[in-house]
Design a protein around this ligand. Sequence first.
Ligand SMILES: Nc1ncnc2c1ncn2[C@@H]1O[C@H](COP(=O)(O)OP(=O)(O)OP(=O)(O)O)[C@@H](O)[C@H]1O
Ligand SMILES: [Mg+2]
Length: 202
Amino acid sequence: MPGFFITGTDTGVGKTYVTLWLAELLKKEGLDIGVMKPISCGPQKENDALYLKRKLKLKDPINLINPIHLSLPLAPYPASQLQKKKLSLSPIFSAFHKLSNKHDCLLVEGIGGVMVPIKRDYLVADLIKDLGLPALVVARAGLGTINHTLLTVEALRKRKIRIAGIVLNGFKRKDLSERTNTEVIEELTGIPIMAKLKWQKR
Ligand SMILES: Nc1ncnc2c1ncn2[C@@H]1O[C@H](COP(=O)(O)OP(=O)(O)OP(=O)(O)O)[C@@H](O)[C@H]1O
Ligand SMILES: [Mg+2]
């Protein structure tokens, strides 16, 4: 099991939440799990990479878990343009190589959704393809998710990226569509809903 690329239908759908959930689940099965957030954008204070490193008590250096950090809270392409910083992707591939050799399974969290631009002519979907991992799609549980999930699946399939499963996240039992989405998405995509996660009150 080399790993999964945890992508989502949007930013804020629960990719980090699901990455932690899956890492903890696989750890209980006795696997040594590593994580990566190839690019983070926004304030460094407790970003996804630092959060996952802390929660999973990982010893890997932060520059391997998160090789590229951009300070502006934007997609990588506009963030690097505004910061006048030329993005080189080679640190991502070398960190990926090191961490996948070190761990049984590597969970790579994406950036926003699959069509987020990393460079002018390079999207998150291209990164998934180049890393060669199967994708796991995190989608919202409620109304609107059929459209977003089908668009994501179509973009991944167009690039011949294997989709391991879909996780529906954040069931609140308030939205009628939560009762029908699972069946409809499975029927229309042919992809199994791997898990349905409740919205956890804090
Ligand atoms: N099932 C859940 N129950 C409770 N809180 C959740 C759940 N899923 C996500 N959240 C919360 O919703 C917020 C957004 O989730 P998360 O950070 O995992 O999204 P993301 O897709 O990783 O976002 P980004 O695109 O910024 O990386 C976080 O505060 C997270 O703790
Ligand atoms: Mg995240």
